[in-house]
Design a protein around this ligand. Structure first.
Ligand SMILES: [Zn+2]
Length: 234
């Protein structure tokens, strides 16, 4: 039974310390960092797109005004020399404005392309992390299922050994197992506790010899339950 319990402890330990658990946690941390960067990049892309749209509208408005001025001049609607001169100035100013806005458009287009490329890269990294996490989760779940299966088998094997043992004795055994590094009961062999390796003195041996078979014997030194056998030297 002790071997089965040790095996169960080992399985539970393996269950809690699967390397995939740490790897997933690390990856999830990295994914969160990249996702935050991607969110920032998305904001940059959106802002640039809004800005670009605004410049597009502006440049269209200035071009429309240039067309209207030109049409009026072409149609001979401006005849006064003073008005003509003013119109000429305005057209020059409109040209400069259009040229400046077109520069802005090009500049924004470049920035938007860069920002979009950065966003695409970050989104690919998030997707890659998601894939890795999914693969690790699948491996982890597979291993957990295997360990649980073996734990169930160990527990089923332990069942018959435990059957018929008093509940308080089992509770004592479990408590000792927890306190004594997984070994709650030790064989009394050749007048020695195999738990702590100390010899039992003659008077204690005499006392044990006089006890009923179903009486629980404890090592005076390490408190473990002593299991009497033919090799106990009693
Ligand atoms: Zn002992």
């Amino acid at each position: 039974m002790q071997e089965l319990d040790a095996r169960a402890d080992q399985l539970r330990h393996q269950r809690a310390t699967l390397p995939e658990i740490n790897e997933i946690a690390t990856l999830q941390g990295k994914r969160t960092d990249v996702e935050n960067l991607a969110r920032d990049a998305r904001i940059v892309v959106d802002d640039l797109a809004v800005e670009q749209q605004k410049v597009d509208v502006d440049v269209e408005a200035v071009r429309a005004r240039r067309t209207r001025d030109r049409d009026r001049m072409d149609q001979g609607l401006v005849s006064n020399p003073k008005d003509l001169e003013r119109m000429q100035h305005e057209l020059e100013s409109l040209e400069r404005r259009i040229s400046s806005l077109e520069d802005d458009e090009l500049d924004l287009m470049e920035k938007l392309e860069e920002a979009q490329a950065e966003l695409t890269k970050l989104e690919a990294m998030v997707a890659e992390a998601d894939e890795q996490i999914a693969a690790l989760s699948a491996t982890r779940d597979e291993k957990l299922a295997g360990l649980d299966e073996e734990l169930a088998r160990v527990s089923a094997e332990r069942g018959p050994a435990v059957d018929g043992l008093p509940a308080d004795l089992l509770a004592l055994y479990d408590r000792l197992r927890e306190q004594k590094g997984g070994v709650g009961a030790a064989e009394l062999r050749a007048r020695q506790c195999t738990g702590c390796r100390l010899s039992i003195d003659a008077s204690e041996l005499g006392r044990i010899r006089g006890l009923a078979e179903d009486e629980v014997v404890r090592c005076e030194e390490c408190q473990r339950i002593l299991v009497r056998t033919a090799e106990s030297g009693l």
